[in-house]
Structures are given as structure tokens and as C-alpha cells.
Design a protein around this ligand. Sequence first.
Ligand code: FES
Length: 68
Amino acid sequence: MYICICKGIKESDVRELGQEAIVCPKKLAETLGLDDKKNCCGRCIKNISKFVEIAVEEVTLQKSPLMG
Ligand code: FES
């Protein structure tokens, strides 16, 4: 599912970053190329906490004892 229309970023792209332990808003924005007004229409930076949520979910899943 696309979560950024301008740059074609999918939820799975953010999950992959979470797997690489990239979960802070600044680092996520930088890595996804959303770090300045030229690169972002404003919608993604405004909702960067949603990106963080998705990335953190991935870290949490990896640490789950059920996931081995
Ligand atoms: S929707 Fe992500 S930068 Fe515009």
C-alpha cells in the first residue's frame, strides 16, 4: 500500500527501514528523501509519526520471542 503518493513510498519500504532499526523521524525522513520542502509536499512530514509507528512495529516484531 502506498503511503506517499508524491514519491511512491510503500508501507513495505518503511517496514524495511524498521528492520534496519531506522525508526527516528529525522532519519526516516532523510532516508526516504522527505527531509526538506523541495522533496516533500508537506503531507508526509506532517504525518511522519505514522511512518515511525510502522517502522517501530517492525522492530517490535523482530524482538518478539515468538518470531525466533
Ligand atoms: S505525499 Fe509524500 S511527499 Fe507528498
